[in-house]
Write a protein of this length. Structure first.
Length: 390
């Protein structure tokens, strides 16, 4: 809690610091007024978001979503970047200050010096970039792709050759994922007509007020042999025990450190659902311990599939020679420069797509929903998996 409060305090401090710097840079009265209005709107937006963190959010207007996108992008991307740029620019500004009196600046236009022009441009660029990125984010939030994998599995029972799975991960039903895009997700899931539909966590963004709508969407999905759900970290933000209680009582199969055995085309398939590891200390070791405990339920004659929200569960699964793990959580890295550079590899060992370790396979979905509005080279997706004998 102290960390969160400290982070919020830093955001407000950076808002105030940007306001001061921008006003000093822009020496034109009209520009100063526009920047003051922008800064005040950002601060008001942050206050509003914090005050309504767990309020019902699935029915928001496009204008409100745009405003929230701008607030998220400003405080989580642009302000930190501006701080880094400002720190890096300090030596340059000191040198420029020393040289200021040695030459007179040339005019770019009547009444507007070169220095004034550069100041206005420097002050106006971040807000304009913020609004541009928010516009891009609005377009992205209504789009997702179908990503298909054909996964060869050594020792796959012949009856399961061609088994299809639709993975739905990170729906984040709430402020940024709602309305038409969620109806389209359900429609596309049903068009895929998979044998299994497996949801690998983060059904809701954070507010339990959105849970009934999320469960209604899951009930609308169809699969030949069933739909199964595990939890993710966002599901537990407001009240984890209440989320688990309500999903358990929903009638939707919910695997909370539990397993279930299905008979598909005469062969047994065991789904093992891992809960979200809540500790922040030695998280990878705690995840591995949770996987090992869960695997004590493993049925020796059934083909096992591990459902784990965090992809680092794959290490312990591979050690136990588990043939298939499916995960989400990473959003494909969310902001990537290319396939190997970005937040994905900076934060995770496995962040998007198919991974192999020995005879074990892992698939990490980018997720179909959004907690943060902007994606770069990490498109939202439904994952369709076809298992074949190696």
């Amino acid at each position: 809690m102290r960390f969160v409060l400290g982070l919020i305090g830093i955001m407000f401090l950076l808002d105030a610091l940007w306001w001061i710097v921008a006003v000093r840079l822009a020496r034109m009265t009209r520009v100063r007024r526009a920047l003051a209005l922008f800064s005040a709107a950002q601060i008001a937006g942050l206050v509003w978001l914090l005050s309504r963190r767990f309020a019902y959010s699935s029915g928001m207007t496009l204008l409100l979503k745009f405003a929230m996108s701008a607030v998220f992008i400003w405080h989580m991307i642009l302000l930190p970047l501006l701080l880094l740029v400002g720190i890096a620019a300090i030596p340059i500004l000191l040198v420029a200050r020393l040289r200021r009196g040695r030459s007179s600046p040339a005019n770019c236009a009547p009444g507007l010096s070169r220095r004034q022009f550069l100041g206005v441009a420097a002050a106006a660029t971040p807000p304009l970039l913020n609004l541009s990125l928010a516009t891009i984010a609005m377009r992205q939030m209504s789009e997702f792709r179908i990503r298909r994998f054909v996964v060869p599995i050594s020792g796959l029972p012949p009856e399961l050759h061609g088994l299809t799975i639709t993975q739905v991960s990170d729906m984040h039903v709430g402020r940024f994922t709602s309305g038409r895009v969620l109806r389209e997700v359900v429609r596309r899931v049903n068009l895929l007509s998979a044998d299994l539909v497996l949801l690998t966590g983060d059904l809701i963004n954070d507010a339990l007020a959105d849970l009934d709508h999320g469960l209604e969407l899951v009930r609308s999905m169809h699969a030949r042999f069933g739909i199964y759900l595990i939890e993710g970290n966002h599901d537990l933000i407001e009240n984890g025990p209440e989320f688990e209680r309500r999903v358990k009582n929903s009638g939707i199969p919910f695997l909370l450190d539990e397993s279930t055995v299905l008979t598909i085309r005469g062969a047994e398939v065991q789904l093992l659902g891992l809960n979200w590891t809540r500790t922040h200390v030695n998280r990878d070791a705690a995840i591995a311990a949770s996987v090992r405990r869960l695997l004590t339920q493993r049925e020796p004659d059934a083909f096992p599939i591990l459902l784990a929200h965090h992809p680092h569960a794959f290490d312990a699964a591979a050690e136990a020679s588990l043939p298939l793990t499916i995960s989400g959580h990473t959003h494909g890295g969310q902001l990537m420069l290319n396939e190997q550079c970005g937040f994905g590899p900076a934060l995770f060992r496995y962040w998007s797509g198919l991974y192999t370790k020995g005879g074990s396979k892992l698939i990490v979905s980018n997720g179909v929903g959004n907690w943060f509005p902007l994606r770069a080279r990490a498109p939202a997706e439904l994952v369709h998996i076809t298992l074949v004998r190696a």
